[in-house]
Design a protein around this ligand. Structure first.
Ligand SMILES: Cc1ncc(COP(=O)(O)O)c(C=O)c1O
Length: 365
């Protein structure tokens, strides 16, 4: 026996590391852009009741009809415009599996996104055999429209991913800039990733009605239900119809479908209250961060701040030593002096600010 047949591993895997999530979160967990609040007791009891009735010996509804209808109603969309996934992470994978035909004469399909942005675009594109085309955001982390359009003309990507608000920078892209990219990439699917749009108070969901090459993707993960793993994209029904062929048939579990349906109907007010509370906490936290010497928060329309500090790695470790877990992007040189900090509860934000003040006094004093 010569050992496991590792020669069968995809070439892209050699350059990748498995997505790491810390096994034991610190007492104050501000690293994953989740809602800081657990569901209230009454909501949990209602969900438990709904889940207790489920026929778990059966496969779930492959079309997720009940959830699809609830989601369509909330979005003002048609059910056949929606592709549902185990988080938008899975939606990204299904899109790449479905829309992967290389352009004539090219060996591989390409995908384009600005950088820095959400890590699953580069990871999934490499795993799925796409060539990633990365266009740096400008100094203010805004879209460089000229460079993006030039890259679209040069590489003719099948897919363009634009997260707005963007992760990890927190800013929402200008509508005219997005429209220019959508116009240039008229033979690609332009995915506007609105994972954080609830915190920006703006959705471009209705662009799907006007632009057959636009998909608008979102998720329940950031508004209080990360554990459910439910995400979706709204796009032209003809594209949704094709992408459905690449979706695993029972991807959303029965508990996830039922709980998400209850959340989007009976508990919809709670989701909206969660968003409002996070936005209020964000405004207070942004002001407090801006008062700390050596700490510079970038303007945010999301549920986190990208914050410039004197040394990202050292300050991340310093915060962790004080019980606060935040994200540092060690492999992104442009962000070596930045941390991404999720908005917590007002109490958690107070502890974060104290910890940052202590680090600031040590670094500067
Ligand atoms: C921009 C963006 N899109 C999508 C996701 C993935 O969300 P989900 O939990 O639905 O897979 C994230 C998660 O951090 C994100 O930042």
């Amino acid at each position: 026996m010569s050992g496991p047949p590792l020669a069968i591993c995809g070439e892209a895997l050699a350059a990748l590391r498995a997505y790491h999530t810390p096994p034991e979160p610190a007492p104050i967990k501000l690293d994953a852009n989740e809602s800081p609040w657990p569901l209230p007791e009454a909501a949990r009891r209602r969900l438990a009741e709904a889940l207790a009735e489920l026929p778990l010996h059966r496969y779930p509804d492959g079309a997720a009809s009940e959830l699809r209808a609830a989601l369509a109603a909330r979005l003002g969309a048609r059910g056949d415009e929606l592709l549902l996934g185990v988080g938008s992470d899975e939606v990204i994978g299904v899109l790449m599996a479905a829309f992967d035909r290389p352009r004539p004469g090219a060996a591989r399909p390409t995908v384009l996104y600005p950088t820095p942005t959400f890590v699953m675009y580069p990871i999934t594109s490499r795993v799925q055999g796409f060539t990633p085309i990365e266009v740096p955001l400008d100094d203010a982390f805004d879209l460089d429209v000229d460079a993006t359009c030039a890259a679209i003309r040069a590489h003719r990507p099948n897919l363009v991913f634009l997260a707005s608000p963007n992760n990890p920078t927190g800013n929402a892209f200008d509508e005219d800039a997005l429209a220019a990219v959508v116009a240039e990439a008229d033979d690609a699917l332009v995915v506007i990733d609105e994972a954080y749009a609830p915190f920006a108070g703006r959705s471009l969901g209705d662009w799907v009605d006007r632009h057959p090459n636009v998909g608008v993707m979102s998720t329940l993960s950031k508004i209080g239900l990360a554990g459910l793993r439910v995400g979706w994209i709204r796009m032209h029904p003809a594209l949704a119809h094709e992408a459905e062929k690449a979706r695993p048939p029972y991807n959303l579990s029965l508990p996830a479908q039922r709980a998400a349906t209850v959340a989007l109907t009976e508990l919809a007010g709670l989701l909206d209250e969660t968003v409002a509370a996070i936005v209020e906490a964000r405004e207070a936290l942004g002001a407090a961060l801006a008062r700390i010497e050596g700490v510079r928060p970038c303007p945010s329309r999301a549920n986190f701040f990208l914050v410039e500090v004197p040394d990202g790695a050292a300050w991340q470790a310093g915060l962790l030593a004080r019980g606060v877990q935040v994200r540092h992007f060690a492999s992104v040189p442009r962000l070596s002096r930045h941390l991404r900090i999720t908005v917590g509860t007002p109490e958690e934000n107070g502890r974060l600010v104290e910890a940052l003040e202590a680090l600031s006094a040590g670094a500067i004093g």
